[in-house]
Design a protein around this ligand. Structure first.
Ligand code: TYD
Ligand code: MG
Length: 455
């Protein structure tokens, strides 16, 4: 009988390779592949043999049961990202760079749940209870009936959870856990997988919701959260730029709610504060109308969010000019530069291009294409767009503008924030409200002609 052979997993992107290599083919990371023992050990027969298994019971979709009652933390931004509260028995992974504020967020969330009467445990493998208590003091949470533990042994944690059966258990972080049945160092792919697997099955079995913290790592020795994303119900990432106080909690996978939902927070001296109106925040630093700035009316999850896209175009001294993109998809930017070049005859060769989304926001919607092109053109031509203008629309390779979803919501949000003009693709189905003028444009060439007076 063949032994189940081990494979090699990339600690950065989670891709699995049959052989070790110096470089991960999937993400290009160097020295990131780590040997991962198979999840199940024991006899690894290639076929199941002749013995019959027992027949499983099949059921239908009709049900008498009502949807499970979700636990609400009262932290609106957090509850919304979960799709309206915490589903009992769900397993949630919270990933993010070290120091971004994961422990702070979860301590605040756990305290809210505890105060709302849901028994909560916070188990830290990284900090001693005294350190967690100090943080709680700083956050003004010392009165919350939250219980703390400092432990890294998976066996002891599961025994404790099984005896306590809390409504919510927070494990900070999966990389510090040590499962004694796996012979590998804590933080390795096999350890992280085994610990996650056990905790997820515990959640399913008992109805305790489990939130696991996973640090995003660049170092090959420690497995990142990507290697366990497939095991959990919900994957959240806590993002933010260093130097910015804004933090965005994004649901990248969600079995019980909409994906791509975001919650916006601000890191303050007393912990994370919720930002109920992100558009106002992202646009708050906008000054006078300046060349290279365009406001995009976007949708994040279920909510419209306006962001400012900033572009700078400058003569380049390099043989292959710079394309520096922050907060946008760089592939998308290259496509739009190519469309501008070949459909509108506006060359960007010999020019450095810098693009940025203000406030540290990440925009991945194709609907941002038009605003992106507008920012690029405005920077290149050194002509400022009107300060009260928002844009949205997808650009196709032919240069035509394609309508995007939820146009009405985008316009409503723009109007609410005092914008009085909008430009959108021709076939946009939306009736703008009273205070906003909607101009519909069929293609990029027409747009360039109207805005910048040249085709
Ligand atoms: P932390 O939650 O420890 O990050 P993580 O668990 O993701 O590694 O957050 C650490 C950062 O947050 C640290 O740089 C200090 C900052 N911070 C504040 O600005 N205000 C606060 O009230 C707290 C508790 C932390
Ligand atoms: Mg932490």
């Amino acid at each position: 009988m063949a032994k189940p052979s081990s494979s090699f997993a990339c600690s950065q992107c989670g891709a699995v390779h049959p052989k070790w290599a110096g470089r991960c083919d999937a993400c290009g990371g160097w020295n990131t592949l780590i040997e991962a023992a198979p999840l199940t050990s024991g006899a690894g027969a290639r076929t199941l043999g002749g013995a019959r298994g027992k027949q499983i019971t099949l059921s239908t979709l009709t049900t008498e049961e009502t949807a499970p009652v979700r636990a609400i933390s009262g932290m609106v931004e957090f509850d919304r990202v979960l799709g309206g509260g915490l589903v009992p028995g769900s397993a949630i992974l919270l990933g993010g760079d070290p120091g971004i504020g994961k422990s702070t967020l979860l301590l605040q969330v756990a305290a809210r749940f505890a105060r709302a009467g849901h028994e909560s445990l916070y188990i830290s493998g990284e900090e001693a209870p005294a350190q967690v208590r100090m943080r709680a003091l700083r956050l003004g949470l010392t009165d919350a009936p939250l219980r703390l533990g400092a432990e890294t042994s998976l066996r002891d944690i599961l025994t404790t959870l099984d005896a306590e059966r809390p409504a919510l258990a927070i494990i900070d972080s999966i990389q510090t856990l040590w499962a004694d049945m796996v012979e590998a160092a804590p933080g390795s792919v096999s350890q992280v997988r085994a610990a996650c697997h056990e905790l997820v099955s515990f959640a399913k079995r008992t109805g305790t919701s489990v939130i696991l913290v996973g640090h995003v790592t660049k170092d090959g020795q420690i497995a990142g959260p990507r290697v366990v994303e497939h095991m959990v119900d919900t994957v959240l990432y806590f993002e933010g730029e260093r130097g910015h106080q804004f933090r965005i909690l994004r649901a990248v996978k969600s079995r019980f709610g909409p994906a791509d939902e975001i919650g916006v927070f601000e890191m303050t001296g007393a912990g994370l504060a919720e930002v109920p109106n992100p558009s106002a925040l992202f646009l708050s630093e906008r000054g006078q109308a300046a060349p290279g700035s365009a406001v995009f009316a976007g949708i994040e999850g279920s909510r419209p969010v306006l962001t400012e896209i900033q572009a700078l175009v400058a003569p380049s001294t390099l043989a292959s000019p710079r394309r520096t993109v922050v907060g946008l998809d760089s592939g998308r930017v290259s496509t739009i530069l190519a469309v501008l070049e070949s459909r509108c005859s506006i060359p960007f060769a010999g020019l450095d291009v810098f693009l940025n989304v203000a406030g540290g926001m990440k925009v991945s919607e194709p609907a941002a294409d038009l605003a992106l092109a507008a920012a690029l053109l405005s920077a290149r031509e050194d002509i400022a767009l009107p300060a009260d203008l928002v844009l949205f629309g997808e650009i196709s390779l032919s240069g035509a503008l394609r309508p995007v979803g939820q146009s009405e919501n985008r316009l409503k949000e723009a109007q609410k924030l005092g914008f009085s003009q909008a430009i959108a693709p021709e076939r946009t189905k939306a009736e703008p409200g009273e205070g906003i003028k909607l101009r519909k444009v069929p293609d990029l060439v027409t747009f360039v002609g109207e805005m910048f007076g040249a085709g």
